[in-house]
Design a protein around this ligand. Structure first.
Ligand code: ADP
Ligand code: MG
Length: 332
């Protein structure tokens, strides 16, 4: 288990990590999701002891990463954004060097390196110089280094960045394989990647944790029926006029088609269902409505909502308040 408590990192006046608090439980694949510059690498570097924090604490299975780095680091393997590879070593030489650094007993070293090489499929290139390997192979060697010693938790910073689609699929398969025996934390700025691989998502934006939940719950968070889509035989100005006074509409987007048919996407206010009102508005003006349906909130919407707005949306604030109340109640 990893506990991150009240973590703050300032670069000069810039707050790169802004009071992060979360817990990583064993046995899951966690996705650390956020746009570039959100603070993912900084947080991971602090969690793994590569960087000091301005404030706060990281406990790895109860060991403070700063106060007991050796003990704490035994429980984690880390693949940083720029893997620390030595270009003039062969794969095997490099893994021997990494095993030594990790304090893996000499007797076990060779067997363990062979096991890890098989696992990440770099055995066929073990005698090649790292500088002569493709980016995909190099990433696998970096992964091998993280897995050596079989730590409980493996932390991977943007493990698929710069790889081609085939290599990305291979790395994702490897991550899933690793997750059978290890807790995995990976970061990505790509939502689709995190959704595909992870079963728990932490969304960070401007150094703050803005949401953390399963993908399914995140989708539910903003309400499943928050948008209504319709098609109508009318021009945008007519539609705007018709819907102007319908209560419960937060915003709408109208796209005119070439055939006199327009597509309308209506964002409803929370806990509203505007379908009947919309139907009546069109019917009373005798404007044909061709389709009318609700569409679920996608994880994409949640991500955009949480990372692009300055303020945290109401649904999440409520949830957070509820959690705080619950926690406070526990203290009394
Ligand atoms: P991410 O990994 O999510 O893209 P980073 O953790 O790399 O984000 O960066 C978070 C913020 O901190 C960014 O605004 C970045 O410019 C800034 N930053 C990162 N490293 C440094 C540094 N060594 N000195 C100054 N600012 C930094
Ligand atoms: Mg980064």
């Amino acid at each position: 288990m990893i506990e991150v408590r009240n973590l703050v990192k300032k670069y000069g006046n810039h707050l790169a990590v802004d009071h992060l608090d979360f817990t990583i439980e064993a046995g899951r694949i966690y996705g650390f999701l956020g746009p570039n510059g959100a603070g993912k690498s900084t947080t991971m570097n602090i969690m793994t002891g590569y960087l000091g924090a301005t404030e706060g604490q990281v406990l790895i299975d109860g060991h403070d990463i700063l106060k007991e780095p050796e003990e704490a680091k035994k429980h984690i393997g880390y693949l940083p954004e720029q893997p620390p590879l030595y270009m003039d070593m062969t794969v095997r030489e490099y893994l021997r060097f990494a095993a030594e650094l990790k304090g893996i007993p000499k007797k076990k070293r060779e067997d363990e390196i062979t096991e890890v090489e098989k696992m990440v499929r770099v055995r066929d290139v073990e005698n090649r110089l790292i500088k002569n390997l493709s980016k995909g192979y190099r990433q696998r060697v970096g992964l091998a280094q993280a897995v050596l010693g079989f730590p409980e938790t493996i932390i991977l910073d943007e493990p698929t960045v710069g790889l081609d689609p085939k290599q990305i699929i291979e790395i994702r398969e490897l991550i899933r394989k690793l997750a059978k025996k290890h807790t995995v934390i990976l970061s990505s700025h790509i939502l689709a990647e995190v959704r595909e691989v992870c079963d728990y998502i932490l969304i960070i934006s401007r150094g703050k944790l803005v949401a953390s939940d399963t993908p399914e719950n995140l989708e539910k968070m903003l309400g499943e029926n928050s948008t209504v889509e319709l098609e109508t035989r009318a021009v945008p100005s007519e539609i705007r006029l018709l819907l102007k006074n319908v209560p419960g509409i937060e915003m709408m987007e109208i796209k005119a088609g070439g055939n006199g048919i327009s597509n309308v996407m209506i964002r409803q206010k929370k806990d509203e269902d505007v379908r009947e009102r919309v139907f009546r508005a069109f019917a009373s003006a005798d404007v044909p409505l061709l389709t009318l349906k609700t569409a679920g909130t996608s994880l994409e919407d949640v991500f955009m909502e949480l990372t692009q707005k300055e303020t945290v949306p109401e649904a999440f604030r409520k949830q957070k308040k509820w959690e705080e109340d619950k926690n406070n109640a526990g203290d009394i």
